[in-house]
Design a protein around this ligand. Structure first.
Ligand SMILES: NC(=O)C1=CN([C@@H]2O[C@H](COP(=O)(O)OP(=O)(O)OC[C@H]3O[C@@H](n4cnc5c(N)ncnc54)[C@H](OP(=O)(O)O)[C@@H]3O)[C@@H](O)[C@H]2O)C=CC1
Ligand SMILES: CC(C)CCC[C@@H](C)[C@H]1CC=C2C3=C(CC[C@@]21C)[C@@]1(C)CC[C@H](O)C[C@@H]1CC3
Length: 498
């Protein structure tokens, strides 16, 4: 039991953490609220921070040295305990059993999608028509292919870059450097694959290998995350992520303990987020298109659209690679199973679902409908790129002529918030554009099945959750200015709806 005493209205723990200010005792107290909201993490020093406790926004003094995992086996909770005037109070965080379930559910969902996409009824919510045996899942060739792919992407990452960008300032005041050569990697991969195909590489056979490839990638992600977890045990406190250090090993394994795990200058998180999975997705789509051409004489219009739309999305992400350095995945989240599996397996094997569906369930698509879908894609991309570029330009150089005329709200940090232009329409115009594009990726698959709309549904949930997390962080960073922004721009993603 951690001992604590009360000092002039400030609660202080001898060993662990401390918080002061208006306090609520008992469950979900301020220390854990602060840690959960990413306001501070293990190793952070004593200072004033803003948190939201229940529905109340408050300012507390809090510092965290250590957290204790709950002692009972299998208990996914983390306790912070302090006492005053003989009374004991406890902060309890329920490290949701959901996390343990997610470790199984995420891969299970991915395999479910792969199986139903090739089944006759293709029912998103129904069971797959058969379950593959281990002999169908395990293939040394698939594992070899995966390692060749990863090695190729590592080699391309290590090639001289047109630019080396600096990341945001870290806790220890240093900045990491990142090569900006993702687009170059995409082009060189395309050239190498093109050469391979003209020399007889059977790319059209890839769809037959999707199941064993997904299995090999899932196994690799588990082992990789385990290695990352062990590596983080030796990392200094300043290198740890705020979210993934509860002391509960399952929770930390899932969320990731270390913020920017590196081997020399090789950054695992940055590499995985943008290279093997994202580029792999494009080539899985291409393989599905080639196989459709082999089966039916030529690729369908629907398959062309899905390939072109998603290639544009991946090309855009790699062209504007530098902007990923300010996403919360890079600056805030640890690198654990969720991101490793998400980047390496989830992205290529579930984001290619529409093309998989089309290979096994050809859909007629007339020219007028195709044109309408292209228009939806163009509108989505226009909003997505317009919003992202406006913010990036403004963050880099607020006096750039393209953004200098926009209305802004000053914040205490010296940074400003855009309150007109795209960012005056809703608080996340880039998410709106992204969702419209997601709709355009599904529409070529027709409306007879729900399965091709899985991405749209999952992505909506992901972005709503992401928006809520970003909101908390902006409230912490910008306080009153953020509240003012929320008043001026009341809708989050969809004007007048949400
Ligand atoms: N396909 C996929 O699976 C996914 C795609 N995405 C896409 O990736 C892109 C990046 O998304 P994400 O990292 O979540 O978030 P954003 O690019 O939306 O960045 C949010 C940050 O922007 C800044 N900001 C917010 N409002 C304003 C404003 N009014 N004026 C100026 N700056 C503001 C704040 O940071 P600060 O003030 O510190 O600059 C805030 O933390 C998006 O386009 C998203 O759609 C994201 C996740 C998954
Ligand atoms: C498996 C889980 C349910 C969720 C895993 C989430 C990851 C797949 C995503 C987290 C943030 C991502 C971003 C992108 C791809 C998906 C992941 C890795 C982009 C690279 C997509 C292209 C955009 O232009 C930028 C995105 C940044 C965030």
């Amino acid at each position: 039991m951690v001992r604590a005493r009360r000092l002039l209205g400030i609660w202080r723990q001898k060993d662990g953490g401390c918080a002061g200010g208006r306090m609520s005792a008992g469950k979900d107290g301020p220390v854990l609220a602060a840690v959960q909201q990413g306001v501070c993490g293990v190793g952070d020093s004593w200072k004033s921070r803003r948190i939201v406790l229940g529905r109340t926004k408050m300012e507390i003094k809090v510092g965290v040295w250590r957290r204790e995992p709950a002692k009972q086996a299998g208990d996914l909770r983390c306790l912070w305990t302090w006492e005053s005037s003989g009374e004991r109070s406890r902060d309890t965080v329920a490290l949701s059993p959901g996390v343990t379930a997610m470790l199984v559910l995420l891969p299970a969902t991915m395999f479910h999608l792969l199986l139903v996409a090739r089944s006759g009824p293709a029912r998103l919510l129904g069971p797959p028509t058969y379950l593959p045996g281990l002999e169908e899942l395990w293939s040394p060739q698939a594992l070899l292919l995966l390692f060749i792919w990863l090695a190729l992407q590592v080699a391309l990452y290590l090639l001289p870059a047109r630019k080396v960008a600096e990341g945001l300032e870290l806790k220890d005041k240093s900045r990491l450097r990142y090569p900006i050569n993702g687009f170059q990697a995409l082009v060189l991969t395309a050239l190498l694959v093109g050469l391979g195909v003209s020399a007889g590489l059977p790319l059209g056979a890839l769809p037959e290998m999707l199941l064993p490839l997904a299995f090999a990638t899932t196994l690799t992600s588990f082992i990789f995350s385990l290695l990352l977890y062990m590596k983080a045990l030796a990392a200094p406190v300043s290198a740890l992520a705020p979210g993934g250090n509860s002391g509960n090993c399952i929770y930390d394994f899932f969320l990731g303990r270390e913020l920017n795990p590196r081997l020399g200058s090789f950054d695992f998180k940055y590499f995985c987020e943008l290279r093997p999975g994202l580029i792999g997705w494009v080539f899985i789509n291409l393989a599905l298109l080639i196989q459709e051409a082999e089966l039916r004489g030529s690729p369908s219009l629907a398959m062309w659209l899905v390939n072109a739309f998603q290639l544009l999305y991946v090309g855009d992400a790699l062209w504007y690679e530098e902007s990923v350095l300010t996403t919360m995945d890079i600056i805030h989240d640890g690198f654990g199973f969720m991101l490793a599996f998400g980047d390496l397996a989830w992205v290529p094997f579930t984001y290619s679902l529409q093309a998989q569906f089309l290979l096994y369930h050809p859909q007629p698509l007339g020219l007028p409908m195709a044109l309408l879908i292209c228009l939806i894609k163009v509108i989505g991309y226009y909003i997505f790129r317009g919003a992202n570029s406006q913010k990036n330009t403004f963050r880099k150089n607020p006096s750039d002529p393209s953004v200098a005329g926009l209305e802004t709200i000053p914040t205490a940090t010296g940074r400003q918030l855009l309150v007109s232009g795209w960012w005056g329409m809703v608080r996340h115009p880039n998410y709106l554009g992204d969702l419209i594009m997601a709709l355009a990726w599904s529409l070529p698959c027709g409306v007879s099945h729900l399965l091709p709309y899985f991405y749209l549904l999952y992505f909506t949930a992901l972005l709503v959750h992401r928006e809520a997390r970003d909101e908390q962080q902006c409230l912490r960073k910008y306080g009153r200015a953020w509240q003012e922004y929320c008043k001026r721009v009341p809708y989050r993603i969809i004007p007048y709806v949400y």
